[in-house]
Ligand binder design. Structure first.
Ligand SMILES: *Cc1c(COP(=O)(O)O)cnc(C)c1O
Length: 360
């Protein structure tokens, strides 16, 4: 990055291309699921990547409709607000929203108790009856929900959706913006069930905090868009690309997928121990270093956002930053940096344990 700043900081890739952008695309082609021919386009933010994935899907299919899921989060621009499920705080007062966005029920094992195939059948029935597969350009899904509560869909749900999409010419778009880049213990959350999406959106973990996002897809889909149809002044900024190349190199060198699994094992043990003591913890879930607990009235699925807020406030007072999420604001999501040393992870969870005891 420092070398890149010294060399040049901006040209606008569409005017004067540079190596770092192409190198990031080559990494994305190698790392994202599937070994088909791929191309990528780079943008500034996750929301912008999702918008562009929809543009590509619409051009490639000649169809308008976009299928999304309950509890989804896809960003804060007009189209991505329409795709996001939760009103407050993401949408309230900000409408009217983009049209042709349709919502299907998500697999949520803790709440619906359905097997993956059953939950997929429920979702595609809504899409078939309310939209019609022939009108659908794409289904956009977070393979593990982010803001929506770190919900891991039941096993078989994603493969069944992928098969339905393939049979009907609907493109499957995996929004891996939160779940990608080693977070779940694999490079991408889609990898755990061998799902190969047609398009993948990436951001967050890609560039060590620098603004960079990508859409990676089947080459023929990416090439279906007319010349000049996709782009932006700053997308794929050279310094951000250098940051991404450095970040990816570190992920490989330190085998951060393996480290995420280790962190996940530690967190699972701590969270299961906590659940044994505090029946307000109704569910422990997640993959790798993407874990969550859902707080409910004991023995029920009635959300307990008040206790969640109390535990969060206690942690904050002790200097531990916790993040809540979920449609009912009753979920703690734990997504420590993949570089966190064990002693800090333990110290953090000691405070979380104290917080549950202190607010009981
Ligand atoms: C954060 C996020 C986005 C939006 O990314 P921004 O860079 O904040 O625009 C989209 N999808 C998912 C799943 C996210 O977690």
């Amino acid at each position: 990055m420092h070398a890149q700043v010294d060399a040049f900081t901006h040209t606008c890739f569409m005017v004067t291309p540079y190596d770092a952008y192409v190198d990031v695309c080559a990494e994305l082609a190698e790392l994202t699921p599937g070994d088909h021919a791929k191309k990528s386009a780079l943008f500034n933010s996750g929301a912008e990547a999702v918008e562009n994935a929809v543009k590509i899907a619409r051009t490639a299919t000649g169809r308008d409709a976009v299928g999304v899921f309950d509890h989804a989060y896809h960003g804060r621009t007009n189209l991505t607000m329409a795709m996001t499920a939760k009103n407050m705080p993401y949408k309230h007062g900000f409408g009217p929203f983009a049209g042709e966005v349709y919502r299907a029920p998500m697999s949520y094992p803790f709440r619906d108790g359905l097997w993956g195939a059953e939950a997929a059948a429920r979702a595609v029935d809504v899409l078939d009856k309310q939209v019609g597969a022939d009108n659908l350009a794409c289904l956009v899904i977070e393979p593990i929900l982010g803001e929506g509560g770190f919900v891991v869909p039941a096993q078989g749900f994603l493969p069944a959706l992928a098969e339905w999409c393939r049979d009907r010419g609907v493109l499957l778009v995996a929004d891996e913006i939160q779940s990608g880049f080693c977070r779940t213990g694999d490079w991408f959350a889609s990898d755990h069930e061998g799902v190969v999406p047609d398009l993948v959106t990436t951001a967050k973990g890609i560039a060590g905090g620098f603004p960079l996002a990508g859409v990676t897809g089947r080459a023929e889909l990416m090439d279906s868009v007319h010349v000049g149809g996709l782009g932006g002044t700053y997308g794929g900024n050279p310094v951000a690309c250098a940051a991404a190349l450095g970040a990816i190199e570190e992920m490989r060198r330190h085998d951060l997928t393996a480290r995420a699994r280790e962190i996940g094992a530690t967190m699972t043990a701590r969270l299961e121990a906590l659940r044994a003591e505090h029946p307000v913890i109704g569910d422990v879930r997640g993959r790798g270093a993407m874990m969550a607990i859902e707080l409910t009235a004991p023995g029920t699925t009635d959300p307990d956002p008040a206790r969640t807020a109390a535990v969060a406030a206690y942690c904050h007072q002790q200097g531990v930053v916790t993040l809540t999420c979920g449609t009912w604001a009753n979920v703690f999501r734990f997504l420590p940096p993949l570089s966190i040393p064990d002693h800090l992870l333990d110290e953090g969870f000691d405070v979380v344990a104290e917080a549950f005891a202190a607010t009981a």
